[in-house]
Design a protein around this ligand. Structure first.
Ligand code: ARG
Length: 464
């Protein structure tokens, strides 16, 4: 009969089909570093508590480190029959160092082991997501800096609304990403509690020092409740959720880039290096990078729903269903990182097309609010000013004309409050600069906002 760590209770071999079905090492081998790190901390603690001799502890620690090196070099072969990364490493350790290896699992279960490993993994990897996010935030600031004076049609309902500085628009994404960064930090803060020493679910009769392993592994404290410590996967769900929100933000930006780059808009040109062509239509230069970012969101949302669903009906404490938690976490983090990185390149290489932007600003009666505001500033109640401006728009639209086609006489037929200075209100730059309310798009505001964004990002870099 094959040697499984739990074979004592069994009189028959596992069916090969079941071996294949229950094995997770194809996915969780990725936790090998964390598994070794957790085991080393556990071994040190066992030594301190007198549960291992120093000879045993050093054999275990050196053995684990050597296995880690072999995994990195590719010399180590994971065996699917040994189920998961934890049993693979432990079996190999015992093979290499003999009986001392069998003592490593004293006062430990795979339940607290896997929960510890996954927390360590998520903690390290969310830090990488945060790093990629900061890089993209830096790119947004740089692109905004170049484009304070680039005026674009601000939209609502994807219709011309009011002119805004392109920098102001880009800084809106900076704000979203700043909140994403905060969410990452908070998720790491909440997950940073050690399950190690909770054993299977109830704790252990061995004299363990849970505070010591928590400290060794950089956790803020041991988990207070052993049952919760082995069965909580909120932290994994939160990690996937934060990736989902990041992806949602990237997808909105991607969608805008696709629209801006489409022929009817032509607001921006994209760098060749970040576009792909068509196999049949020679003229094509497609925004595939942005489209793929938009498309990959679905996968991450799917992972979030799958993880929430895996957990929703599970009685406490550990259930094997929870083994399904890894792929959603790994893939969500990988996707978010890849998308953040590629979007940084895309945004950094995009150039606004000032000519198309200029002609677009002449369309869609984008100065309408400025005209209404002009009348209101001259004492007309805003509702009345709104109505009169609407009548002007309707009158022009019928004749397929724009504000630029109006003269003062024609305007005064609508209201005698119109004077020569109304023509300034038609200027997109004037419209932008008049919006001086805090957080508004005036270029003075935007320059100040850029300074502030730069300082905020600088601080985030320093905190790392
Ligand atoms: N591979 C398992 C997982 O990822 C490890 C824990 C197994 N525990 C158990 N009681 N079968 O969930």
């Amino acid at each position: 009969m094959s040697e499984k760590p739990w074979s004592g209770r069994f009189s028959h071999d596992t069916h090969p089909e079941v071996e294949a079905f229950t094995s997770s090492v194809g996915v969780d081998a990725r936790l090998f570093r964390e598994d070794i790190e957790g085991s080393v901390a556990h071994a040190r603690m066992l030594l301190c508590m007198g549960l291992l001799t120093s000879g045993e502890a050093s054999a275990i620690i050196e053995g684990l480190q050597a296995i880690g090196e072999d995994i990195v070099s590719g010399a180590f072969r994971f065996d699917p029959k040994l189920e998961d990364v934890h049993m693979n490493i432990e079996a190999e350790l015992t093979k290499r160092i003999g009986d001392a290896g069998k003592k490593l699992h004293t006062a430990r279960s795979r339940n607290d082991q896997v929960a510890t490993d996954l927390r360590l993994f998520v903690r390290a990897n969310l830090a990488q997501v945060a790093k990629d996010l900061r890089a993209l935030m830096g790119v947004l600031i740089a692109k905004a800096q170049e484009n304070v004076d680039t005026i674009i049609p601000g939209m609502t309902h994807l219709q011309h609304a009011q002119p805004v500085s392109f920098a102001h628009h880009l800084l809106a994404y900076f704000e979203m990403m700043l909140r994403d960064h905060e969410r990452l930090t908070q998720a790491v803060h909440r997950l940073n509690v050690s399950p190690l020493g909770s054993a299977a679910l109830a704790g252990t009769p061995h004299p363990v020092d849970r505070a010591m392993t928590a400290r060794e592994l950089g956790f803020t404290a041991p988990g207070r409740n052993s049952i919760d410590a082995v069965s909580d996967r909120d932290f994994a769900i939160e990690a996937v959720f934060v990736c989902g929100v990041i992806m949602m933000h990237l997808s909105r930006l991607a969608e805008e880039i696709i629209i801006w780059n489409s022929q009817p808009f032509s607001f921006v040109d994209l760098p060749d290096a970040y576009c792909t062509g068509s196999s049949i239509m020679p003229q094509k230069k497609n925004p595939d990078v942005a489209e793929l970012v938009r498309g990959k969101v679905g996968g991450v949302y799917g992972h979030l729903v799958s993880l929430l669903t895996v957990m929703k009906g599970l009685p406490l404490a550990y259930n094997r269903d929870m083994q399904e938690d890894k792929r959603p976490v790994f893939e969500s983090i990988d996707t978010a990182r890849a998308c953040l990185q590629v979007m940084a390149g895309l945004v950094s290489g995009l150039t606004p097309n000032r000519e198309s932007l200029g002609s677009s600003l002449e369309e869609g009666f984008i100065a309408a609010t400025d005209i209404a505001d002009y009348l209101a500033a001259k004492g007309m109640p805003f509702r009345q000013a709104h109505r009169i401006t609407g009548e002007i728009v309707s009158h022009l639209a019928q004749g397929r004309r724009t504000f630029a086609d109006l003269n003062l006489e024609e305007l005064r037929a609508f209201s005698l409050l119109f004077e020569e200075d109304i023509f300034e209100a038609f200027e997109p730059a004037t419209s932008v600069d008049r919006r001086t309310s805090y957080g508004g798009t005036s270029r003075t505001n935007v320059r100040a906002a850029l300074g502030e964004a730069g300082a905020i990002l600088e601080k985030l870099f320093h905190e790392k």
